[in-house]
Each structure stands twice: as structure tokens, then as C-alpha cells.
Design a binder for this molecule. Structure first.
Ligand code: SF4
Length: 301
């Protein structure tokens, strides 16, 4: 949803990051988008040329990755790395001298928005002089510096300790509210989803199996995989007898099981029907589930 935080949740290796890299067409060279559409501002990104995509990346769609260390260049000052994106996308037609001053001010403003103390001085530091939390703030500043319409945040706080995680999440929330950015937040942490997201899509083995607003997912989830995910985490609002794991493991995406990809692990699976692809059903307004249990065929099977 535009202007909201949209979560994408699933176990490791279920295809979340591949989906985000597909959106910006940055898949590794051995990957390709076989089918479908990626609609952004009414246009299909799959049809865009590499030159068009270069204009879109950074300026309209930005990304924050898990590991800021590998995304920041160790030999350039943080300020110049943030400024590069601004210069390239927002002031590319302005005279060089004017640009430099404006860009410096913009870098300071964006760092101040992220509550970086003494922003002007800190901008002249190198990445190795920053702590993990500060490096992640620098990444967010780079991603937000061109005021993108869409921010893709791929597990942005996974490598941080819990208190810094909370601070960084709060900063992302604060920033997107102030700038009205739409966010795709990729995570395997349902606690972060509950805290931050307006809407959630649950992904299993490369497919979205359930999609609804956050409170619906937590109160009235329908898909057996979502149900199993929620039973595997401690919750203060429900009295659990004991936490349950999900049996089995995520299937290989090279050779996924036929039909519903969750069927080898699903407690409700029926041999005949569940080995066929389930349709996606709208069980209530805005709540979609890909499972045979919510179709008429299930009753008559
Ligand atoms: Fe389980 Fe069948 Fe629904 Fe898949 S389609 S989640 S196997 S009940």
C-alpha cells in the first residue's frame, strides 16, 4: 500500500531477498525473471531498459541491506557517499560549485533527520570510525537522500543488537512518516512486523501464501503456514502450552514439491487435492489466502 510499511515475511531461503532484487532488476547474472509483471507507479519495470532502471534505482526506489559494512566504501567519507547519490539524481543538471554546497547541506539535513549528533562533523568520518548502528544510519541516509517513493529494507536490523535494533526501527518509522515513503520491509522477525508494518505478505518457498493487514494476520490468520509460524514464536497475548516448531524444512526452489509447496509440512494436507496448485481466495476484504481449505472443492473432496 502506498505510503505505508508493507512487510514481507518468511523463513530463510524462501525467496524474500530474490524478490526484492527482482524489483530493482539486480538479480545475479545467472538469475532471470521468467514471467509476471512488476508494477511501479503504473509502469511495468520488467519492460524498462537498463538505462531507465539506473534512473529509477536510488532516485525512486532505494534499498537498505542487512550488512552496512559491505555496502559502504571504506575509502570514502560517509558524507561524500551520501552526497554522491544526491548529486547524481537530484542535482545532475546544476552547476558544479552550487551543487557541492547544496549537497553538503542536504547531507547534514538527512543525518540530522536520523538524529545523528554533530551531523556536519560526523559526515567527514570514514565508515571504520562508525559503530554498527551508526553505519546502518548512514545506509538509511544514503537510501533516503533522494527522497525515493519506495524504500526496500532487507532485514535492516538483523546484524544489530536489540537496543540498537529498536532505535534504527524507530528511525525508519519516523523517517517514512515525515517523508511519506512507501516501505517494503523484508524480515523473518514477526515481532518487528507487529511493531512496524501496516500490511503483511507471508511468503513460502517463493510464493506469497497469505496477505492481509497486520492485525488480521495476528488475530485471524488462515493459511496453515502462517498459523504454524505464529505458533512457533512466544506471544504475550496468548497463553501457549508450548511453542511448536514447523516439521521438515523449506524445500529446494530448484525442484519444489508439486501443487501447494507447503503440503509436505502441512498438518491439513490431503494427498489428492493439495498436490495441485491452490487458487488465491479473498476470505474477507483485503485478506487473501492461497490454500484449498477455503474453496468449495475442499468441502466436496
Ligand atoms: Fe495445507 Fe493443502 Fe492448504 Fe497447502 S493447500 S496449505 S497443503 S491445506
Amino acid at each position: 500500500i502506498e505510503g505505508k510499511i508493507n512487510g514481507l515475511v518468511g523463513e530463510s531461503a524462501c525467496g524474500k531477498s530474490t524478490l526484492s532484487l527482482s524489483i530493482v532488476k539486480l538479480l545475479p547474472s545467472n538469475g532471470r525473471i521468467a514471467d509476471g509483471r512488476i508494477l511501479f507507479s503504473g509502469e511495468d519495470l520488467i519492460r524498462k531498459s537498463e538505462d531507465d532502471m539506473r534512473e529509477i534505482r536510488g532516485a525512486q526506489i532505494s534499498m537498505i541491506f542487512q550488512d552496512p559494512t559491505s555496502s559502504l566504501n571504506p575509502v570514502f567519507r560517509i558524507g561524500s557517499q551520501i552526497g554522491e547519490a544526491i548529486e547524481l539524481h537530484r542535482f545532475k543538471d546544476e552547476p558544479k560549485e552550487l551543487t557541492k554546497k547544496v549537497v553538503r547541506e542536504e547531507v547534514t539535513t538527512i543525518l540530522q533527520l536520523l538524529r545523528v549528533p554533530d551531523a556536519e562533523r560526523v559526515a567527514s568520518h570514514y565508515p571504520h570510525e562508525y559503530s554498527g548502528g551508526m553505519r546502518q544510519r548512514a545506509m538509511i541516509a544514503m537510501a533516503m537522500s533522494c527522497r525515493p517513493k519506495l524504500l526496500i529494507a532487507d532485514e535492516p536490523t538483523t546484524n544489530l543488537d536489540v537496543t540498537i535494533q529498536a532505535q534504527v526501527n524507530e528511525l525508519i518509522l519516523d523517517m517514512v512518516k515525515k517523508l511519506g515513503t512507501t516501505v517494503l520491509l523484508i524480515t523473518h522477525d514477526l515481532g518487528i512486523v507487529a511493531e512496524m508494518c501496516d500490511r503483511v505478505a507471508i511468503m513460502y518457498a517463493g510464493k506469497v501464501v497469505e496477505c492481509a493487514d497486520t492485525s488480521t494476520i495476528f488475530k485471524r490468520s488462515k493459511h496453515p503456514y502462517t498459523e504454524a509460524l505464529l505458533s512457533s514464536i512466544p506471544r504475550v497475548d496468548i497463553k501457549h502450552k508450548r511453542l511448536e516448531g514447523i516439521p521438515g524444512r523449506v524445500p529446494s526452489l530448484v525442484d519444489p514439491p508439486p501443487g501447494c509447496r507447503f503440503h509436505p509440512r502441512c498438518r491439513y494436507a490431503r494427498a489428492k487435492i493439495c498436490t495441485q496448485d491452490p487458487p488465491t481466495v479473498e476470505v474477507e476484504e483485503g485478506h487473501r489466502v492461497a490454500c484449498w481449505r477455503y474453496t468449495d472443492v475442499w468441502e466436496s473432496d
